[in-house]
Each structure stands twice: as structure tokens, then as C-alpha cells.
Design a protein around this ligand. Structure first.
Ligand SMILES: Cc1cc2nc3c(=O)[nH]c(=O)nc-3n(C[C@H](O)[C@H](O)[C@H](O)COP(=O)(O)OP(=O)(O)OC[C@H]3O[C@@H](n4cnc5c(N)ncnc54)[C@H](O)[C@@H]3O)c2cc1C
Length: 369
């Protein structure tokens, strides 16, 4: 189905008219222009803002701080507690200015800072974001609140895919990790396991040998999906031992509550075995939380949202920042960097709309308001 979005001038723009954009990314419209009530949600109230932000992780709260500071009437809609993945992170040791800070503490500081500049926070799960014919956006929460705004910044993050085995949740942050850059330094001179067979697993295994003495790279098949170059690096690294045809059945710990062993099952012979490791890094996938907008914006094959350098998506006025955006690195610093740009670009976009001026923001070939 072709993608056609009403531009602010009323003319259809941009229209990629097919399944592939000029960038080769996938575009689809699964949920065409539907009124809210036909999505099965009864609209109870309607509220108007200048900027609506979806998600209160680092990106959402930073965007809220900048939007609030620009005197824009801003609301952040969050389905849980403010903080996003910061709430799953015990210690942050790589956020400039804080040599070591607990994740929840940094989250609270982010929220307080955004509130100081007037941003509002509400609880709700965003069910959809869509552009209306008049160029404004309708953001709908599943409790029936409808938010209307000329600009939306989506910062809904993503979720690492879990092994779903006993011990994984219990030892999360106590040896189980989903982020090599974040937690690698805690495993200096340790023996650890990396689980997975794609690019992320092979690359992170190689990276983690900077710290660990030995890395078992455990994969459920007898060959990797990773690119040949990354495979070569892993095979040539003397600190990496590849363990084929094994899945993790259980993660166990010691009397201090820290990981000390994993139990494995051979996928060919059904034999069981164990490995003594103090860290388990799981890289079996990461799902961007793009459900609310993926239906109608340009995204890559993995579902990450493609933006231009101003963080604008393929739909004018709809910005994306943080972990759900297609990019090389996903960290707190990159999330807030994206968010800073997105909030400033949204402010410029609104100013141009208000003044009826023509602006061209770089990327997607530029567009004119
Ligand atoms: C275990 C772990 C440890 C990490 N450690 C570090 C570290 O030490 N240093 C570092 O820099 N980075 C670390 N990271 C990465 C860092 O946490 C992320 O890069 C960062 O949190 C991304 O911020 P974000 O705002 O884009 O997304 P998130 O933090 O994922 O926040 C997204 C928010 O959106 C909300 N949301 C999603 N969908 C909806 C919806 N439909 N409606 C309403 N709300 C919604 C979510 O509830 C969430 O609060 C770690 C990540 C993990 C998983």
C-alpha cells in the first residue's frame, strides 16, 4: 500500500508510493487513516500540546527538558515509571560528569530537570500516533485520552530479547547483562559467556576480550549468522572459545548472589554440560518499540526508525530519538544527544509552521513547510 502523508501545506508529501524508499528501507501502511474510535478505543478526553513525547527514558526526558526550556507546552507520556532502561541498570559509569551513579538516581534527576522547565509527565500507554489531514498529530493512549499536537517526538526505546531461562531475571545486573559497552569493564580478568550467533554477539564477544581473560561464545547452531569479517575476528581471537550447538538451560549463582555457572544443553546430542562463568552477556536480538509508529514511517529491515540528521522521520513533524532509531551505538549519551537535536528541530519546525515561513531541514531530500 503506498505511503501518502498530508504535508503542512496540504499537498501530499513525501510520497514514496511503494514498498521501498529511495534509501532502500521498508515503508508500509498497515493501519491507514482511521478515526480513533475505529481502533477500538473510546476517546474520553482530548488535550492539546505543542509537543507530545512518547516514552520517559533518557531520550524522552532530555527532549522534554529542551522543549520545556524552549517554552513549548510539552507532555511526556510514559507507560511505566520514568527512566526506561536506566531502571534496569544498577550503575552507570559512562555518563559524563558522573563517575558512578545508580540508574534510578540518574532517572530521577532527568525527570526533575525536565519538570523544572515546565514539561508535564502523564502515565499512559500510547496505542497509536497518526497524522491527521490538517497536518496535526493525534496520539492516542489505551485509556482513551487523545492528545493533539503539531509535533511528536517518539522515544519509546527498545527491549533486549531475553533467553527466558531460570536464573536470567534473578541474576540480571549480577552477572547477566545485555550491554557489552555498559558492563564489560565490570568483568576485568573474568571468564564469561556470550550468547548468540549474529553480528552483535560476535562483535561484543571480541570487544569483551579487552576485559575478560576468556570468553565462551555460545551458539545454538554449528555456524554463525554474523558477517564474515566479524566471524573471522572472533575465530582469530585467542581469548574466544566458540561453543557450537548449545543452548543455555539455567544460570546459577553463588552465596553472594552473583553468577558462577551456566547449564547447557547440546541441540544435537541432548547432552547436558556446565561452564563456570561469572558473566553472561545475552545478544540474541533487540526489539525497537516502534509499534506505535512503524506502521507508517520509514524504518530499516530490523524495525529501527530511519531519521535524517535533525531526527525527523519520513513524516514531517514526527521526530524519533534514542534506542529506537537506526544508528550505530545505543547508550544514554547517544539517546540524550538525539533528543537534544530532536527537541531543537521540533522547535524550529513549530516556529516555521507558526510564521508560515519556508524551512528546509536537511535529510530525506529536505522538505518545505
Ligand atoms: C541492562 C542494560 C544496561 C545498560 N547500561 C548502560 C550504561 O551503563 N551506560 C549507558 O550509557 N547505557 C546503558 N544502557 C543503554 C541505555 O540504557 C539506553 O541506550 C537508553 O536507556 C536509551 O534511552 P531511550 O530513552 O531511547 O529508551 P528507553 O530507556 O528504552 O526508554 C523508553 C521508554 O519508553 C517507554 N515506552 C515504550 N513504549 C511506550 C508506549 N507505547 N507508551 C508509553 N511509553 C512507552 C518505556 O516504558 C521506556 O520508559 C543499558 C541498557 C541495558 C538494557
Amino acid at each position: 500500500m503506498p505511503l501518502t502523508v498530508a504535508s503542512n501545506s496540504g499537498a501530499p508529501s513525501p510520497s514514496y508510493g511503494g514498498d521501498r524508499t529511495p534509501h532502500g528501507a521498508v515503508v508500509c501502511v498497515l493501519r491507514p487513516e482511521e478515526p480513533a474510535d475505529s481502533q477500538g478505543i473510546n476517546v474520553e478526553t482530548t488535550q492539546e500540546y505543542e509537543v507530545v513525547i512518547v516514552g520517559a527514558g533518557p531520550a524522552g526526558m532530555c527532549a522534554a527538558m529542551y522543549a520545556g526550556r524552549s517554552m513549548l507546552r510539552t507532555v511526556v507520556i510514559e507507560r511505566g515509571a520514568s527512566g526506561g532502561e536506566l531502571l534496569n541498570t544498577e550503575l552507570i559509569e559512562d555518563y559524563p560528569g558522573f563517575e558512578s551513579i545508580e540508574g534510578w538516581d540518574l532517572a530521577q534527576r532527568f525527570e526533575a530537570h525536565a519538570r523544572k522547565f515546565g514539561a508535564e509527565f502523564v502515565q499512559g500507554t500510547v496505542a497509536s500516533v497518526r497524522k491527521l489531514d490538517d497536518g496535526s498529530f493525534e496520539t492516542l493512549t489505551d485509556d482513551g485520552t487523545r492528545y493533539l499536537s503539531p509535533a511528536v517526538i517518539v522515544t519509546a526505546g527498545g527491549t533486549p530479547v531475553k533467553l527466558n531461562v531460570p536464573g536470567e531475571a534473578e541474576y540480571a545486573g549480577k552477572g547477566v547483562s545485555y550491554c557489552g559497552i555498559c558492563d564489560g569493564a565490570f568483568f576485568r580478568n573474568h571468564t564469561i559467556a556470550v550468547i548468540g550467533g549474529g553480528d552483535a554477539a560476535t562483535e561484543e564477544a571480541d570487544f569483551l576480550t579487552r576485559y575478560a581473560d576468556k570468553v565462551y561464545l555460545i551458539h545454538r547452531r554449528d555456524q554463525f549468522r554474523a558477517s564474515k569479517l566479524l566471524q573471522k575476528r572472533a575465530f582469530e581471537n585467542p581469548k574466544i572459545e566458540v561453543v557450537w550447538n548449545k543452548v543455555v538451560e539455567r544460570i546459577s549463582g553463588d552465596e553472594n548472589g552473583l553468577v558462577n555457572r551456566i547449564s547447557l544443553l547440546d541441540t544435537v546430542t541432548s547432552e547436558q554440560s556446565e561452564l563456570d562463568v561469572t558473566g553472561v552477556f545475552v545478544f540474541i536480538g533487540f526489539r525497537p518499540n516502534t509499534g506505535v509508529i512503524a506502521d507508517h514511517v520509514e524504518h530499516d529491515e530490523m524495525g529501527y526508525i530511519v531519521t535524517d540528521t535533525s531526527m525527523q522521520t519520513s513524516i514531517p513533524g514526527l521526530f524519533a530519538a534514542g534506542d529506537l532509531r537506526a544508528q550505530l551505538v545505543r547508550q544514554v549519551t547517544t539517546a540524550v544527544g538525539d533528543a537534544t537535536t530532536a527537541a531543537m528541530a521540533a522547535e524550529k519546525y513549530l516556529t516555521a509552521l507558526r510564521d508560515g515561513e519556508a524551512v528546509v531541514i536537511e535529510g530525506h531530500g529536505g522538505y518545505t513547510v
